[in-house]
Design a protein around this ligand. Structure first.
Ligand code: NAG
Ligand code: NAG
Ligand code: NAG
Ligand code: NAG
Ligand code: NAG
Length: 242
């Protein structure tokens, strides 16, 4: 049991921590709002009369997003599961992919954020060697639908493979490129880059190749001020519990 003063200290430390950790909520360029805008625009070519299943349709982005590109691919979910889809721009979709809740057909929306990559997916301390690309799965039943929720996507066995073209290769000396993966809930993960230009994933979301920014590597202490607060807090706690 903590005595009263240490309880007070813990609370203060926690409060301090939560107020210093930078939150992305105030970010003016919301990736989720972008997903929603791009979903609506990517679906548009599929509203024509003779659109086909299994064909990639490229879409038009709104003029304030010039520089990004989008596409849509409609598949029966049975075909997605049995066969996958081997070449959807950078993506290879493995067989064994299951979406839930069950829908008869899915639309897989592709994003290439081009020069907007670091605007919507800023990563402090890193520079992008690729554009950020994304793949998101939706219910295909209503091609006029807006603000659709993504379907849940699960692989069984093989992962999604993302093969980047034209990686920037003017790397700072000794730097190690990595894959970065952004899920739909604000999570960020770094993974190993395979074969020089390939990222693998068991999830839908957005992908890029990054390298640590040489300058911020030397300046790592100013990259994460909350670490200092954490250390100070722990130190205080140790003093109190002595
Ligand atoms: C772009 O324009 C659309 C309307 O077409 C608007 O909803 C959206 O907020 C704008 N996006 C940006 C980043 O200005
Ligand atoms: C990206 O490039 C287009 C022109 O191709 C430009 O209109 C747009 O403002 C640029 N976006 C950013 C974030 O620089
Ligand atoms: C898919 O969309 C159709 C048409 O909007 C709707 O009736 C159906 O419930 C949706 N399915 C799921 C699983 O959301
Ligand atoms: C990496 O390259 C090897 C040899 O070419 C190949 O067998 C393997 O499938 C590649 N891995 C990925 C994830 O592309
Ligand atoms: C470290 O950061 C300071 C200020 O943020 C900057 O002036 C300095 O150039 C940086 N040092 C290196 C080696 O990047």
């Amino acid at each position: 049991m903590f005595s009263f003063p240490s309880f007070y200290l813990i609370t203060t430390t926690l409060l301090l921590l939560f107020t210093t950790i930078p939150l992305n909520k105030s970010q003016p360029f919301s990736p989720r709002l972008l997903d929603s805008i791009l979903q609506e625009h990517a679906f548009q070519p599929l509203s024509g009369h003779r659109t086909k299943t299994g064909v990639i349709y490229s879409g038009n982005v709104p003029s304030n997003l010039t520089g990004t590109s989008i596409a849509a691919l409609r598949l029966r979910s049975g075909s997605l599961r049995r066969r996958g889809y081997s070449k959807y721009n950078e993506f290879s979709i493995p067989k064994g992919v299951v979406v839930s809740p069950y829908v008869k057909r899915v639309i897989l929306v592709y994003h290439n954020l081009g020069n907007w990559s670091s605007v919507y997916y800023p990563l402090k301390g890193y520079v992008y060697l690729s554009n950020v690309v994304g793949l998101l799965a939706y219910n295909a039943s209503d091609v006029y639908a807006k603000e659709l929720q993504e379907l849940d996507v699960r692989v069984s066995g093989y992962p999604f493979v993302v093969k980047f073209k034209d990686l920037k290769d003017d790397l700072p000396h000794g730097s190690l490129p990595k894959c970065v993966f952004f899920d739909l809930f604000g999570g960020v993960e770094f993974e190993k880059l395979v074969n020089g230009s390939v990222c693998v994933s068991v999830n839908q979301g957005h992908f890029g190749v990054v390298v640590e920014d040489g300058l911020s590597r030397l300046n790592s202490s100013d990259r994460n001020p909350s670490t200092l607060v954490l250390i100070a807090g722990l130190y205080l706690l140790m003093q109190v519990s002595k």
